[in-house]
Design a protein around this ligand. Structure first.
Ligand code: 2HA
Ligand code: ZN
Length: 270
């Protein structure tokens, strides 16, 4: 067996979580990550017959039965993951019954997966239906994105359009726009259902007064999407505080979309 701490999925996850902490997005235990792993790859590092313990949860994930995920632990701090990955992360397999996670590695101090597991697994189910190469669900609390949910309308069209108007990269990176949910109680099946539904139409979902979800085929995609939204939100918050005098016009956004051949939300422009 190879050392799991050398696995690419592990080193990438740890590096990403450390970076997010240093960006100031993941205070205390803020944020969570789940990555759908390739079973054959996991078998190079773990005896997958060896179930350490079973952890039940209260929603139906039978659509993911047999699938293996790397998931951040509940109450764990992103800042600590690089120093003790096995206590702060876990590798779980969804049992056939669909409401039990079999622990294959990690959560060594008796812990369990993130409280946001419903939103993560429901989002994996929804995204795999749209894109079979989908793998990553990432949730975080980026400062300016949250600030923008305090200062700006939460209407999806208006929110997306402002992000697109702030910098050239925005429409190129997320042409489908960002979905937005109003403030809801987190950690519940309800917010999980609502988030998964939103993520059928976009790879980004902002949670008002809380944070953001980003999904992707790999960590770079999910992280890069969130990073680009956060940059645009930062520009908005800085510029709006002194008064916005210039922004990218709808006509310029159309020219950009034509040049880059983007399949964008045309109804989001005027
Ligand atoms: O895991 O971010 O949404 C802590 C959170 C809850
Ligand atoms: Zn959160």
């Amino acid at each position: 067996m190879k050392n799991i701490l050398d696995a690419k999925f592990m080193t990438e996850a740890i590096r990403t979580l450390s970076n997010m902490y240093r960006l100031g997005w993941d205070e205390r235990n803020g944020g969570n990550l789940s990555v759908l792993l390739d079973t054959a790859e996991v078998e190079e590092y773990l005896d997958t017959e060896n179930v350490i313990r079973e952890i039940p949860f209260s929603f139906d994930a039978t659509a993911l039965a047999g699938k293996i995920f790397l998931v951040t632990g509940t109450g764990k701090y992103f800042k600590n993951v690089e120093y003790d990955p096995a206590a702060n992360l876990g590798i779980i397999r969804i049992k056939e019954c669909g409401n039990i996670a079999e622990l294959l590695w990690g959560y060594t101090d008796g812990g369990r997966f993130t409280s946001e597991l419903p939103a993560h697994l429901m989002s994996h189910i929804a995204r795999l239906e749209c894109d079979e190469s989908h793998r990553v669900v990432l949730h975080t609390h980026p400062t300016y994105t949250i600030a923008m949910t305090l200062a700006h309308s939460l209407d999806e069209r208006e929110f997306t359009r402002t992000l697109w108007q702030m910098q050239t990269e925005s429409i190129v990176v997320f042409p489908e726009g960002v979905a937005v949910l109003p403030w809801m109680v987190c950690g519940t099946n309800e917010i999980g259902v609502a988030t998964a539904e939103k993520l059928r139409g976009a790879r980004l979902c902002v949670w008002g007064e809380h944070g953001i979800y980003g999904v992707g085929r790999d960590l770079d995609e999910a992280f890069g999407l969130i990073e680009t939204v956060e940059k645009a939100a930062q520009l908005y918050m800085i510029a709006a505080s002194v008064g916005i005098k210039n922004k990218i016009t709808d006509d310029e956004l159309r020219r950009l979309a034509a040049t880059f051949g983007l399949d964008y939300r045309r109804d989001y422009l005027g």
